[in-house]
Ligand binder design. Structure first.
Ligand code: NAD
Length: 275
């Protein structure tokens, strides 16, 4: 299977989001980085966030800015810290004067049987994958209401719609964010604001790459077998979704054509949740 980890530039999209400001949590890697790049390619200024090496983050920031001719800034806010999250939103509003598109993407994973699930991993997953979105939305909604425009896009998961064993915290958090998405959609429906969840199946990112060699060792099988028979066992189309596909979908949901789409949890899972 030919899999490509690096995010490819695709600068052919129109500048449909020119003049907008977008913030993507967890955008130093994987899906968040792909979404941030797609929003920038569509002309939006972008605030990056996430963990990582300062020099690499600075390079990413400069590259997106130069490639896409937009303003790119970075917030180091830790998504486990409500005060830092509030400060990130306040700084964005102060520096850019607005925040049009909020993408709640930061997330981590941990796999263990429920009765052996470490309490600190449960707490970390619930705070990063779910509570951080409550805190960003809580802080940004007044400004979006004032502008009579807002697009909130929560990166949930197929695990926001169905469960798998050994992923208690992840499945609980992702089902939670689908519920939170619906509440936000109902509360903002008349205010020019939409809130939707994207529910990817497996997407090839560092989070998934980290599992391939581990699983190959654990099961005594090849990487190809891990990809086909373990990771993509539930995914009928037997291919990873790409960060570019998720970026394009996010740009669509952020745009005017998606004004009537709110409160949905949209699977991007090759048929997984059609089972
Ligand atoms: P990734 O590990 O490549 O990226 C995760 C991002 O979150 C990184 O930028 C990381 O720095 C950031 N992050 C982690 N902890 C943080 C913290 N405390 N504060 C701030 N940022 C933090 O993972 P990914 O695969 O790109 O996943 C992104 C999102 O997509 C997650 O919410 C994940 O659950 C979801 N998702 C991924 C897949 C997949 O197959 N990769 C499938 C469905 C859903």
């Amino acid at each position: 299977m030919n899999i490509q980890l690096k995010t490819q530039g695709a600068p052919s999209v129109s500048r449909s989001l020119a003049g907008k400001v977008s913030l993507v949590t967890g955008s130093t890697s994987g899906i968040g980085l792909g979404i941030a790049r797609a929003l920038a390619e569509a002309g939006s200024d972008v605030v990056l966030n996430g963990l990582g090496v300062a020099s690499e983050i600075a390079r990413t920031k400069d590259r997106i800015s130069a490639d896409c001719d937009v303003k790119v800034s970075y917030s180091p806010a830790d998504m486990t810290k409500p005060a830092a999250i509030r400060e990130m939103i306040e700084t964005t509003l102060a520096e850019h004067g607005r925040l049009d598109v909020l993408v709640n993407n930061a997330g981590i994973q941990y796999v263990a049987p429920l009765d052996q699930f470490p309490v600190e991993k449960w707490d970390a997953i619930l705070s990063i994958n779910l509570s951080s979105a409550f805190h960003t939305m809580r802080s940004v909604l007044p400004a979006m209401r004032k502008n009579k425009f807002g697009r909130i896009i929560n990166i949930a998961s197929a695990h926001g719609l169905v469960a798998s064993p050994f992923k208690a915290a992840y499945v609980a958090a992702k089902h939670g964010i689908v519920g939170l998405t619906k509440v936000a959609a109902l509360e903002t429906a008349e205010q020019g604001i939409t809130c939707n969840a994207i529910c990817p199946g497996y997407v090839y990112t560092p989070l998934v790459e980290a599992q391939i060699d581990d699983q190959a060792k654990a099961h005594g099988i090849s990487r190809e077998q891990v990809i086909h028979d373990v990771l993509l066992a539930q995914q009928p189309n037997k291919r990873f979704a790409t960060v570019e596909e998720l970026g394009a979908l996010t740009v669509f949901l952020a745009g005017d054509a998606a004004a009537s789409i709110t409160g949905i949890a949209l699977p991007v899972d090759g048929g997984w949740t059609a089972h």
